[in-house]
Write a protein that binds this ligand. Sequence first.
Ligand code: NAD
Length: 370
Amino acid sequence: MNDIFSLADELGPLKVIHVHEPGIGLQGVLVVDNVARGPSIGGVRMAEDVTTEECARLARAMTFKNAAADLPHGGGKSVLVGDPKMPRAQKQVLIRGFCRALEEVEQYIFGPDMGTDEECMAWVKDEIGRSVGLPREVGGIPLDEIGATGFGLSQAIDVAQEFCDFDTSGARFAVQGFGAVGKHVSRFLCAAGAIAVAVSDSSGTIYNPDGLDVDSLIELKAAGKSVVEYGAGEQRNGDAIIDIECDIWIPAARPDVIHENNVHRLNTKLVVQGANIPVTYAAEKTLQQRGILNIPDFIANAGGVICAAIEYQGAGEAAALAAIEEKLRRNTREVLETAQREQILPRDAALAMARKRVEQAMSYRRWHIF
Ligand code: NAD
């Protein structure tokens, strides 16, 4: 484990708290990175191999993600050691014990992450009253059900088309990963007149240059089937989604799927990152050189975290969608304009924007250095 002092810089972390209750096998860490913009929001990750260093890096990523989304929240993260598939009763004891131990750290709001879900957040709410990503019955806005992230992606695309030479209406798109994010962005794009020419899931790709019926694909997935079982199209392997000729290419599955060795295969005008870190930094540079516009993950897929922040304010679904629309459009435009003006990568423009927002907020603090 890295010494925590070596991870500290001018932005944070503000607090690092180790929680250890041997009696129930509880061991975890909370990192509150930066709260200049407001109390930190970040997920609780449960896995057997989590570390303090990983937690600190993820907390910093949340500082930038929340600032980039223009939320009144800082960044934090917590990790809990354990197998997320442990018996529910045991998991409940650990989650309840963990949040109870951190009850007084009001600068951190618990959210779901890998290994935790909305039920875990309901336990946290019951215990200390401070969590987001809740079930509907206790005030949650079910973001995967309403398609918060997919809706945000469609808004980012609507702004980005002005920077490309196509219109969303009539644009052809391909989606890698027809899950919660992929199916909703497809639905919103089709409603705007775009045409789905290919989608993929873990079983393969389905392609039809005349267009796929997204509602039928959603029904297939709901029935527990794969998109490749859709009748009216050509079945290809999973990797083939990369070569599809289209206007908009949307990765919505796994990290690092586009890298230096395959980025040349993309045949599109716009890449919109639904998944987290689906394109390596080197590949993003190549996209820029090839004149392919690219909207980085923490700008494009911020719909989920915006939804969580609105939920925390006690507002409902309509307010969440309005906030996603307003923030995604403004942030996408700002990032793409800066990238164009300064001839830099959209990711670098987004990071600079987020950092500046954090530094400005820090300038109002008592012990400010900016
Ligand atoms: P999901 O599990 O609902 O869907 C993932 C889909 O990807 C599934 O259909 C799966 O079959 C498919 N898939 C898996 N491996 C694949 C592969 N190699 N090739 C093609 N398809 C593959 O997950 P999700 O919630 O839609 O999240 C997708 C990505 O978006 C993840 O990286 C997640 O971190 C990110 N993300 C999600 C949200 C959200 O609101 N759900 C918000 C921000 C970021």
